[in-house]
Design a protein around this ligand. Structure first.
Ligand code: HSE
Length: 313
């Protein structure tokens, strides 16, 4: 096999209470990427469609992630370094700065595709640390809460980043996400710059209570507990002011039956989780009506949780 085409799914990071630790994988929104073996050592990005991104491997998240993986392989005596080179073609559908893991899809896609071509020397979990290098380039911070669900599928918890300890969490199969993306770009680095570096003990107690509640609710398929736990009193109040109509969208989601709603990743997308597709679509209609009224262009998605993650197509 000399070439693979990969579906690189979009993801929702944070999930309200789980800043930098929780994420979920979406099933029908994502990029495509072709990864090809090449006789020439190193990484070359030969084509990017759908976004204005650098072709130089060292400046592109996909290139940086794959170079990190190659560096580790080259230190492994079982691999012939001369034989390791790759070309990448990227077909972007997820907009940069949308809050649904655009950089993570590219970073994770590149290492997943190359790993497939090499006969899977790394497990999906082991690929996370390489993909995180792409996130570092994109936002200045090597967080794993988008790349982990993109690679593993489903819901994931980053229990620890150093050493990396990632847990895939079972979730109920009727869970749907509605995600609305107002057509503005919000850079993760900017959305991180508004955050405070310390939190009060009172807020921390509320937040870790909710993280535990959400994880327990997912495992036990307790939709009410999932809903009660989707709450963020640390990050959302500081970031929501950057998102037009945030309170109205959230209110509309609850009015239409959402279990919970909040900022998707670093925004500006806003997500809602619900039980069943019908409710998710009703929420989508309500959210759309809010932005229609504000004359604000948007994209909206109704997605099932994608339990597989990255895949060869
Ligand atoms: N956890 C990250 C953040 C996700 O909220 O900044 C965005 O990539």
């Amino acid at each position: 096999m000399n070439e693979v085409k990969v579906f690189c799914p979009a993801t929702i990071a944070n999930l309200s209470c789980g800043f930098d630790v929780l994420g979920l994988c979406l099933d029908n929104v994502g990029d495509e990427m072709i990864v090809r073996k090449s006789a020439e050592k190193g990484v070359r990005i030969t084509k990017i469609e759908g976004a204005n991104l650098p072709l130089e491997a060292e400046k592109n998240v996909a290139g940086v992630a794959l170079l990190a993986m190659l560096e580790e392989l080259e230190s492994n005596a079982d691999f012939d370094p001369i034989a390791i080179g790759f070309e990448i073609e990227i077909y972007k559908h997820i907009k940069a700065g949308s809050g649904i893991g655009s950089s993570a899809a590219s970073s994770a896609g590149a290492v997943f595709g190359a790993n497939e071509l090499l006969g899977n020397p790394f497990s999906r979990k082991e690929l996370v640390k390489f993909a995180m290098q792409g996130e570092k380039l994109a936002s200045g911070n090597a967080h794993a809460d988008n790349v982990a669900p993109a690679l593993l599928g489903g819901f994931t918890l980053v229990r620890s980043s150093n050493p990396l300890d990632i847990i895939k969490i079972d979730s109920p199969n009727e869970l749907f996400a509605t995600v609305i993306h107002p057509q503005i770009e919000l850079k993760t680095s900017d959305a991180r710059s508004v955050l405070k570096q310390t939190v009060s003990l009172k807020s921390a107690i509320t937040q870790w209570g909710n993280v535990g509640g959400l994880v327990a609710g997912l495992y036990t398929q307790d939709y009410d507990l999932i809903g009660r736990s989707l709450h963020d009193e640390i990050v959302e109040p500081l970031r929501s002011v950057l998102i037009p109509g945030f309170d109205l969208i959230k209110q509309s989601a609850y009015e239409n039956g959402a279990l919970g709603s909040g900022i998707s990743g670093s925004g500006p997308s806003i997500f809602a989780l619900s039980r069943g597709k019908e409710t998710a679509e009703k929420i989508a209609k309500g959210m759309s009506a809010v932005y229609d009224k504000m004359n604000l262009p948007y994209e909206i998605h109704v997605c099932k949780v994608n339990d597989t993650g990255m895949k060869v197509i």
